[in-house]
Design a protein around this ligand. Structure first.
Ligand code: M6P
Ligand code: ZN
Length: 188
């Protein structure tokens, strides 16, 4: 008899952790983030095995399927590379028409958004803050606090990740610690 507990997934609402299976887990260390931070010398001087962030993803349908939704949780450790906060790689959706929701769970972060005209801005991401990432908008998250930043995400199963555009051109501005304050600094 199906008791309703099969494949049950729960979200620990204090941390955002997804409990149950099947959940995929991806860990990004400083080694994996070559070319992401401005100060490559500073990155290489750090422990490259250090985890910067990890992502748990629930994929009830195959990647690329039309009509499905994925659910994920991202944990970003506190830290900096030079004057830049630990952050995700960031991506456009491969299908630029696809959007996404983020919900802050723990810690303090910044959701950095860049439109296709390369205009960049950020929104403070914290426990309870809900963020709609519109279509045609690159997004990345930085941990600007002193504790682990955790946020939930929901996006279409056919959105895909385009990391190439960011690898080639980056964001037009970087969130840097300027005299203790997170400040968007335009790239020269
Ligand atoms: C969120 C979602 C995921 C994404 C993750 C990490 O959980 O947007 O799709 O993979 O953040 O971001 P990135 O893939 O840019 O490293
Ligand atoms: Zn996305």
């Amino acid at each position: 008899m199906d008791t309703g507990t099969k494949n049950k997934i729960t979200v620990d609402l204090s941390t955002g952790e997804l409990l149950g299976s099947p959940v995929q887990n991806t860990v990004r260390t400083l080694r994996d983030l070559q070319g992401i931070f401005r100060d490559e010398t500073a990155r290489l001087a750090m422990d490259l095995d250090q985890t910067v962030y990890s992502v748990q993803v629930l994929m009830p349908v195959p990647e690329g399927s039309r009509g499905g939704l994925f659910w994920g949780n991202t944990f970003i450790q506190p830290g900096t590379v030079g004057d830049e906060y630990f952050m995700t790689k960031g991506h456009f959706h491969a299908d630029r028409s696809r959007s996404e929701y983020y919900l802050g769970l723990a810690g303090k972060g910044a959701l950095i958004l860049m439109d296709e005209n390369r205009r960049t801005r950020f929104e403070i991401l914290e426990r309870g803050s809900l963020h709609y990432i519109p279509p045609h908008t690159a997004h990345r998250v930085a941990n600007i606090g002193a504790s682990v930043l955790s946020f939930l995400a929901c996006w279409p199963s056919d959105a895909g990740h385009d990391y190439q555009a960011i690898a080639a051109e980056g964001f037009s501005a970087r969130l840097r610690n300027v005299n203790g304050a997170p400040t968007l600094v335009e790239e020269a």
